[in-house]
Design a protein around this ligand. Structure first.
Ligand SMILES: *Cc1c(COP(=O)(O)O)cnc(C)c1O
Length: 430
């Protein structure tokens, strides 16, 4: 089979995510035959460095032999079982390990990031209801992204995904973000946040944030002090703090979890994406004993949290997650990544010389190059994407922002290649 045959058949039947399907009249789909390490290989034999970890999920490479082995063992033991009234080893083991790592107390399983956001929103609202208060509002940050189901979209702020559906969303108030990580900007934004907290806190269940990096929101970054300041406001005004670490968790922010840098324990922490090393859909909504206890009582009222998904805590997903944590334990990943991110940062200084580059920024293993404000409709990022594909690197931009979020196993040579192709691609933008 060749690329052409497969993509023709694909376009006959499939409808792809986050895509204007008409684009595929000029922009060919790429059918991938296999993956190995940082590489993806198509049916014509072209290889691409996966510089975006396949939408930020992959941590230790495609077809990682260790994770493959662990999933296969689980597959031959138990593929799935109902998680209401039943349990299994992979879920017990994973929950214990995650609680130890995050210092959270309870794990509620779901099966994708957006679902974990829905769980947290519902659990927070329901908590207040169990306490006798109705709090229909949520706070989130300007430019935030929390997924695309209705609840998750409601607390997000990327117009591209949200505006179409505005008539059917739940109520949310947006808090302005700082322009950068500086002390001055941080304090300014915190003062604005305080005004909003003062005004609306009584009707508000929770505040949700992507700590340190707004990934889908064009890789905008803020300081740990900003995160800490918002946590303080949540405590002062008695509102839940939801840390959406779906994208930044598992080392992407430079520490295992971004909350560590802000030195906070949130009321909810959400994990997905890297959780299974990029293998299987699984997500976690972690919470505290205090919140758990508000639901714990005799079965007489509607106080129990009755949310459920068919594939809750799928054993194969849990086995992949346990294997991923094994690698973190064995290989000193966070420390090794520090050298890699430093090397990436040094290597991209040359982008500043390009006349069409406005800013470069980095937090941990996420590095972004923002081009000048080309009008949105001109889709300049797409030119870099196409150049990348022609030269063996998968760089899927966010508007005018090109970014690197590679699997952690990437080596120096591959980093050089990834960066040089991005550089040449940006240089050629017309
Ligand atoms: C990707 C993402 C989500 C949604 O996860 P899905 O698995 O795509 O539904 C939520 N929050 C953040 C911060 C994300 O990056």
């Amino acid at each position: 089979m060749k690329n052409q045959e497969i993509l023709e058949k694909d376009l006959k039947y499939n409808w792809h995510p986050c895509t204007q399907m008409k684009d595929h009249e000029f922009l060919p789909l790429i059918p991938i035959k296999k993956g190995e390490g940082v590489y993806l290989e198509d049916f014509d034999g072209n290889r691409y460095i996966d510089a975006i970890s396949s939408w930020w999920v992959n941590l230790f490479g495609h077809c990682n032999p260790y994770i493959n082995k662990k999933i296969t063992e689980q597959l031959n033991t138990l593929e799935h079982v109902i998680f209401a009234g039943f349990t299994h080893m992979p879920a017990v083991k994973l929950a214990e390990r995650i609680c130890n790592l995050t210092k959270m107390d309870k794990v509620f399983y779901a099966d994708n990031g957006s679902s974990a956001v829905e769980v947290a929103i519902k659990m927070s609202f329901h908590y207040w209801k169990n306490k006798g208060e109705i709090r229909p509002l949520f706070f989130s940050l300007e430019n935030s992204y929390h997924g695309e189901t209705i609840g998750a979209l409601s607390v997000g702020d990327v117009g591209l995904y949200k505006d179409t559906y505005k008539e059917i969303l739940i109520k949310n108030i947006t808090i302005p973000i700082p322009k950068d990580k500086s002390e001055e900007e941080t304090n300014k934004a915190l003062r604005k946040a305080r005004k909003i907290f003062e005004k609306y806190h009584k009707q508000t269940s929770a505040f949700i944030i992507e700590p340190l990096i707004q990934c889908a929101g064009y890789m905008k970054m803020h300081s740990a002090k900003f995160v800490k300041g918002l946590k303080n406001l949540c405590e002062e005004f008695n509102i839940h703090f939801i840390a959406d670490e779906i994208a930044v968790g598992f080392g992407r922010s430079g520490s295992m979890f971004a909350c560590e840098q802000a030195k906070i324990k949130p009321d909810f922490m959400l994990l997905s994406k890297g959780l299974t090393g990029g293998y299987l859909p699984l997500s976690l909504c972690l919470t505290t004993d205090e919140i758990y206890q508000a639901f714990y009582c005799d079965y007489t009222e509607l106080k129990a949290f009755l949310h459920s998904h068919s594939y809750t805590a799928n054993p194969l997903g849990c086995a992949a997650a346990n294997a991923t944590l094994d690698i973190f334990e064995k290989e000193n990943v966070i420390e090794k990544n520090k050298e890699k991110s430093k090397y990436i940062w040094e290597s991209i200084q040359k982008f500043k010389e390009l006349p069409n580059v406005k800013e470069i920024r980095q937090t941990g293993m996420i590095t972004a190059i923002e081009m000048i404000d080309y009008p949105w409709q001109e889709r300049k990022g797409l030119q870099v994407y196409e150049y990348g594909l022609q030269n063996g690197v998968l760089l899927r931009p966010l508007g005018n922002v090109i970014y690197f979020m590679p699997p952690y196993i990437i080596n120096k040579e591959e980093i050089d290649r990834m960066i040089n192709v991005a550089y040449e691609g940006i240089k050629r933008v017309k």
